[in-house]
Design a protein around this ligand. Sequence first.
Ligand code: KIV
Ligand code: ZN
Length: 510
Amino acid sequence: MADKDKVFIFDTTLRDGEQAPGASMNAQEKLDIAYALERLGVDIIEAGFPVISKGDFDSVKMVSEHIKESTVCGLARCMKKDIDAAKDALADAKRKRIHVFLATSKIHMEHKLKKSQEEILQMAVDSVKYAKQFVEDIEFSPEDASRSDRDFIFRVLEEVIKVGATTVNIPDTVGYGVPDEYGDLISAIKNTVPNIDKAIISTHCHDDLGLAVANSLDAVHKGARQVECTINGIGERAGNASMEEIVMALRTRKDFYGLSTDIRTQEFLRASHLVSKYTGFAVAPNKAIVGSNAFRHESGIHQDGILKERSTYEIMKPEDVGYVGTGLVMGKHSGRHAFKDRLTVLGVTLRDEDLDKAFERFKAVADKKKEVFDEDLIAIVDDEVRAVNVVWRIDRLASQSGTNIKPMVTVALVKDGEARERSSSGDGPIDACYKAIDAITGIKGELLDYSIHSVTHGKDALGEVTVKVKFKGNTIIAKGASTDILEASGKAYINALNKLIAQESAKKKA
Ligand code: KIV
Ligand code: ZN
């Protein structure tokens, strides 16, 4: 593949994605996502905005230490302290990039920055020069580019390229652009900025009008060769352009675009699940590429067509984005070997002791649930093995509730081998359960969000509960799964508490 036909994929799930209200992730979760992005073959991972907080600095540092294939990028405003923080956080990265940005639109320059065009130009040039002393690979973004004066952006881009910017990114910061117009801006940059051949043009589109993917595709069609995007399209406000949609559009319509990426698309589903799990943002069933209905055919005419010839109604193969079949796979007679084999097909490899734990849980689930599907297996592994730092564990849960009965729940928790039990009433069984847990642990949680979805179909399906809980000022997202929804709810809450305890002890050690 000639280089001019390659589109670089710049993922900003860990930076712009994390700016989505309520999406914060801890350092270990960010590292897990960074590994998933590396497995996908993402060219550049924007790991955070190091100056903004110690947590962000540490996460960029941690990602820099572990990721070897992708370039790791840190964001900075046009300020020395930002660039210094980015340089320090990226110190151990094998491949690194500093991304500096500064607004160029009249609205931002006048109201936010209170600076003239000349001052902005000077700041941009000085900052790129300063960053270039430390890192060769420099990206510059004129923030709010789609609402900026074109002649001014052309000047800024020319000057920052002169002093070493190797990528120039054109943000549609507020999602105001529309396809023809945004693509035309890219063409104009390509045709007007005299030294543009020395840099890659990048797109960065927000989805306020639902046009982020369309705008990004129009931009690559007109000459951009880097796309900034996120898994599941998460990001500030309505989100960023979704990576899986852009990559699959370029791949499926290669006849039109004539472009390629280096993304291993079979990893999309796994990455999507991971991001959804850590952010607590469910993926809509009708979401393109990774939604649970994306490849399901309901209408009889469609099913008939698919059976005769898949291409009648399918433009992509489900397995190309990571689906590995959703038929009935296991039951209570399935053995450990078959269980392990199926997990391997699903891309899950476990250490022997974790495999034992997961298998034991699988047997318990298979006893209650006749049919165990792939989605159940993933939920079992998430619930049983991936739970962090199990300090508190539910030993027993009993409830009494119903119409005209005040709900009463008894919970027994185990910590350090010792069981403690409490009963509590509440506004509902879940409220009662959480009150009983608070009474045992002595740590009061404020439930900010609660959702439940069935992992597969059927009355005996596993229920997966996601909670967002505030403990001691920290917001934690966690999940729990069980065929009993009260137990799933209790587990999710306890997993959140265990996460808090893990965070506190990591802070003490730091
Ligand atoms: O949306 C935006 O303008 C940004 C910049 C920092 C690139 O996220
Ligand atoms: Zn953005």
